[in-house]
Ligand binder design. Sequence first.
Ligand code: ADP
Ligand code: XUL
Length: 541
Amino acid sequence: MATVQSSEEVYLGFDFSTQQLKVVAINEQLEVIHQDNVHFDSQLAHFRTDGGVHVAADGLRVTSPVLMWVKALDLLLDKMQKAGFDFSSVRALSGSGQQHGSVYWKTGASRTLEQLDPAFSLHQQLQMSCDVFQDSFSVDNSPVWMDSSTGLQCERLQEAVGGAARLADITGSRAYERFTGNQIAKMHQEQPRNFQDTERISLVSSFAASLFLGGYAAIDYSDGSGMNLLDIRTKKWSDICLEATAPNLDRLLGTPLPSVSVLGPVSSYWVRRFGFPDSCKVVAFTGDNPASLAGMRLQQGDIAVSLGTSDTVFVWLQHPRPALEGHVLVNPVDWQQFMALLCFKNGSLTRERVRNRCAEGSWEVFSAALRETPLGNDGYIGFFFDVLEIMPRAVGIHLFDADNNKVSTVSAQAEVRALVEGQFLSRRLHAELLGYSIIPGSRVLATGGASCNKDILQVLSDVFNAPVYTIDVSNSACLGSAYRAMHGLLDKSGVSFFDVLKKAPEARLVATPQPTAQQVYNHMLKRFAQLEKRVLQEPHP
Ligand code: ADP
Ligand code: XUL
């Protein structure tokens, strides 16, 4: 990492992700000069989260305490200050958040945000009622993307707009349980008093931007596309969707804006408490997947695979063709373009469970199992859905031998390979169903926590039969947010995102397909698709 020199201008990118809050600082040469993070489970242990969330007994409702996110920001800024970070050099900041999660601001909270006192931390001022401060959130536990408890609301929404295909055509996606509109509908139905007491609803991204702005930040088009509420073509809230969801939503959500928008300067709280310049701009925050697209400087023809808490796959899209599977979002770096996104719930946490069960809790042993087992795993294929998966909507562990017979166990090493191959076969299958195809010159860009593992990336390269590249910062959402902060200042003068980033380091080649990969996995993919249909027919909640 280069070191901060006080004369240089710096851009910050934050990422409010599922398990942690992270930050990256870059200078004008686009060099990373500082990185830090706060891990929720270990560093804010009193919130008692597991993987950053609370899962209800029914296994369907999944939430995170909103104050945990606020406290994490306090802690992160304190850590940066202790490390000697010079906030006076920050010209602009932006950020991202896990997508779909919602924050409910209590009536009166905007006044608290406007009048934040630099003598106190954010969480002291936004916390539950006490003698000095008013309570700022009408709902303490925010529903997050892992929630799948809104089946009923999804059905009603689709019915109201004229079916799943019609909803997908308007909003880019059919109704999904984790999508914010359906979460809001459920909140309105199940917690009417809290809903009544709400003056604004934010996404995790716009909530975080609001903290910096000292006022409510707009929802950006790109993260706004993950709500089942935004018309992705007109970029306005869809009246029919709002009406079918809850009353007064137009007012509660505010007007959405392009992701590149400069929302305003940081509030005086940041200037006085940490020494940010009062000219430091806040550029609209967006979703973590859109921010990753920016961080990887994804181009047409590339496919990005993010291996975080969730695994996601995304591509740049010129023309939206929403389908019943997957999501089309407004593009975060060019609001006239689009991106396609696929999300899989059973990502890193499932890999961790199998690592603990089959590889002595060690990534090294896990990697060795991948190296020591053959491509194609002697025909064994596995589906590992610890929680209800999105695509396919199935749950449980399903293992098959080379003759497609169900088996209950395989060796520990074969289980590791079955997991990783199964995950990547599924990512490829569903990307192809969405219209993606591997062509000569295609690159797979990998990011997220598990992208530091070369053996996992080798399997990715083999299954996709394409070279895999990474960028040096494994958190591309943070980096993308810092890039977007920089671009936000220049967008009005007509400079494109890619022009701003000409000097950014090139992605690094980390794996190329092995000679037999194409033959092995083309055949296996066909079997996988058939077996997935069988798994889908098994009973689930
Ligand atoms: P998020 O942004 O969703 O909070 P990250 O992208 O930071 O998550 O990824 C965190 C995950 O990275 C951890 O849950 C862990 O399983 C995974 N991870 C970290 N190191 C390795 C490794 N060496 N091999 C595989 N996975 C890893
Ligand atoms: C995307 C999704 C997740 C979250 C958390 O649709 O639900 O990827 O953004 O990372």
